[in-house]
Design a protein around this ligand. Structure first.
Ligand code: ADP
Length: 498
């Protein structure tokens, strides 16, 4: 099969979250199983920082974004992952050569509707100009959500469209790319396409909804989340539309990229370790982290770690009170936090770090190296998300022998096995579920975990080892995607036009 991945993020070129991990790995895993995989993404400024050679091609084209505005683009090209995946970048400096991908601390870039409509339209041009066969166009999140609708609205605009099928993967339903109706004009289509079966949603342009109603198949990143997004509570307003397509909606768990996230080989760690040597390995990494941040060097203090976006989704409203209780009551715990995002959470964390030096190691910003070191050094990893499409950090925690404390939602519920009398007996426990998503419940669950660590160290070791040995390899997920691609190709072309 020939699969083209459209994405705005892929490790190592551009990353703000889990989407980058998925699109940086899935194509090469699928390619390793004998398929032809190509990635198309914007030439963001960060693609120049990878050290990989990027070739400037002579493929150029222009897109009329309005009657008066013709926007040119050039394709750049590289290969990654042992050369088995070709990545094409759409170079358009005014849209993409910026400090960030989507916006600044002050909010989203005001021209995001224009930038990503351009990306969708340019991607179709790029596929045509690259000139290779295409069976599946695999769109990811709202930024490429218009693509299936653009293909359906103008099926004859490129010859390859007749054969190609589309899959839209939802990595987070809350981010939909919704803009005022006037933004529709950037599509270059007649306004008759601005209707509920295509681009329109409550008189606005909604990229993700457009993809959901027009893609041949839809997937999301865990089976549990696939069910949750069809409910009023978790459907972010799109639940009825998703319910209507539930037969074509699939949940496939993300995997771990073992070439990047493996404590045995990870070059970002001070000491490497595996399931037989984790006690020594984690101790050494923890000591190094404690020294780096100038917090007390003491292995007996459990280190509680967190890495992630400082967004309410990740449960910061329940984490911050618990953190304050622990620090102000001088409880025997240490904390390490790596994150960036909402200035309100950043301010509270900064305050706590100043108030309680020696107890809270804080890094506000993005640091891949530190993310690895925190996973290796911590004893517990907190991820009490309000919702979680899949979540990668809890998978990394399991792999690195760091016991996850999570809410029972989405991918967290699908990947962590709660510690109960039964799962302890059967040796299947790998982490701890909060009974409810509240600060009190988080505090109690941390207490429950630490009790076990102190009073039943052998059982604790068993939990750590069981987690480290779980199979979250991409191979398993890649097999499921390939099956889904094959099913999608077998479909008759959908007709979405009213
Ligand atoms: P989401 O995609 O919702 O942000 P995931 O858990 O699926 O959450 O993936 C987050 C990814 O981004 C992980 O690889 C994590 O290590 C990384 N990450 C998040 N915040 C940071 C940060 N501040 N520094 C380094 N890596 C980060």
């Amino acid at each position: 099969m020939n699969i083209v991945y459209l994405t705005t993020e892929a490790v190592p070129f551009a990353k703000t979250g889990g989407l980058a991990d998925v699109c940086g790995t899935l194509p090469s895993e699928v390619a390793a199983l004998g398929h032809q995989c190509t990635v198309i993404m914007p030439a963001f400024r960060s693609i120049r920082h990878t050290g990989l050679a990027i070739e400037t091609t002579n493929i150029t084209f222009a897109i009329a974004m309005s009657d008066q505005k013709l926007v040119g683009a050039r394709l750049l090209k590289t290969t990654f992952r042992d050369g088995n995946v070709t990545v094409w970048f759409i170079e358009q400096p005014q849209y993409f050569d910026r400090d960030s991908l989507y916006g600044t601390a002050d909010g989203d870039y005001s021209d995001n509707a224009e930038r990503f409509t351009f990306f969708c339209r340019a991607a179709l041009q790029a596929i045509d100009r690259i000139g290779e066969p295409v069976d599946i166009v695999h769109c990811n999140d709202w930024q490429s959500g218009l693509v299936p609708a653009l293909m359906a609205a103008r099926p004859k605009s490129y010859p390859w469209i007749a054969k190609a099928r589309t899959l839209l993967s939802i990595h987070n339903l809350a981010y939909q790319g919704q803009f005022w109706s006037e933004a529709f004009r950037f599509t270059g289509l007649d306004w008759s396409h601005f209707n509920h079966e295509e681009f329109e949603y409550f008189n606005q342009l909604n990229f993700l909804k457009t993809g959901i109603v027009t893609a041949d198949r839809i997937s999301t990143v865990s089976p549990r989340y696939a069910q949750e997004i069809c409910t009023v509570e978790q459907g972010c307003g799109l639940n009825e539309i998703l319910q209507g397509r539930s037969n074509e909606l699939h949940g496939i768990l993300n995997g771990i990229d073992e070439s990047i996230w493996n404590p045995k080989t990870d070059p970002k760690l001070v000491v490497n370790y595996d399931v037989d040597t984790f006690e020594h390995g984690k101790r050494e990494n923890k000591e190094s982290l404690q020294r780096r941040f100038g917090i007390d060097v003491d292995d007996s203090l459990p280190l509680i770690g967190m890495v992630g976006r400082l967004a309410s989704q990740k449960g910061w409203d329940i984490i911050l009170p618990v953190l304050r209780w622990h620090l102000s009551e001088n409880r025997p715990t240490q904390w390490v936090v790596l994150g960036s995002g909402d200035p309100i959470y950043e301010a509270e964390l900064r305050l706590l770090a100043e108030e309680f030096p020696g107890r809270l190691a804080l890094y506000l910003g993005f640091s891949d190296e530190l993310a690895h070191q925190i996973e290796a050094s911590s004893d517990l990893f907190l991820m009490p998300s309000l919702y979680e499409p899949c979540g990668l950090n809890q998978l990394y925690s399991l792999r690195y022998g760091t016991v996850p404390v999570v809410t029972q939602t989405g991918g967290l519920a699908d990947t962590v096995i709660n510690t109960t009398a039964e799962t302890l007996d059967s040796g299947t426990a790998t982490g701890f579920f909060l009974p409810t998503p509240s600060a009190l419940s988080l505090d109690e669950t941390i207490g429950r975990a630490l009790q076990l660590r102190y009073h039943q160290p052998e059982k604790w070791k068993q939990i750590v080892k069981t987690g480290m040995l779980m199979d979250f390899s991409w191979r398993k997920s890649a097999d499921q995607y390939i099956e889904l691609y094959a099913k999608t190709i077998a479909l008759k072309k959908r007709s979405v036009l009213p």
